[in-house]
Design a protein around this ligand. Sequence first.
Ligand SMILES: [Zn+2]
Length: 202
Amino acid sequence: MVELIPSQDAVMQILKRTGAFREGHFVYPNGKHSPHYFQMPLAFRYYDTARVLAVALSRKFRLEKDISSQLPKVSVISPSSGGIPVAFGVRDALNAEQIYWAEQENGKRMFRQYVNQGEINPCIIVDDIIRSGNAIEETVELVKSLGARIIGCGAIVQFDTAPDEIEGVPIKSLNNFDVRMYENDQSCTECKDNVKTEHVRF
Ligand SMILES: [Zn+2]
C-alpha cells in the first residue's frame, strides 16, 4: 500500500491558504527583517487542515522501524503550546499511548509539577515549526533527564537553519524552508523596495 505524503509545495499551499505562511515585509522584535512570517496556529485552527498535516507527519514517523516497532508504547511530546495540536494529531494517527507538553517556567523548559513522576515511554518530539532548533534541544535534555529515550523528532515546517538531526535522530518535516532573514534594514531588500513593514510580536 502506498502511503500518501503531500509534497512540500502542497504543504505550503495549505499554509498560505490558512494564513499560517505570510509574505510581505516583517520586522522582528530582535530587529531582523524578513519577507516571510509563519503563524502556524492559523493552519491548526481548522480541523481538516490540522488533520491532513498531522497525519502526513505521522506517516514519516511510521516509516521508521525504531518507531513502528515500539507502538503503541510511545510518548508524543511537544516543546511548547504551539506543538500541542500537532502532538494530539500525530498521537491519534499513530495510536500512541501518551502525550506530554513542556512549558517555559522562569526561563526553563519544564513539565508541570507531578507530570514528570510517572513512566515516560520512548519519545517522539513534535513541534509546529523548527527555527533554530533550541526548543527541540531543550526538550531533548528535559526528556533525557527523566530517563526516557528519544526515538523520533519532527515538525510541519523546518527552517534550513535548523539542525538535520538531534542525538542521532533525524528531524522529519513536511517542508524544508529556505529562510531569508536580514540582520537589519540596511541589508533588507524589501526596505530598498519601500515595501510597507509589519511588526511581529514573536
Ligand atoms: Zn526591511
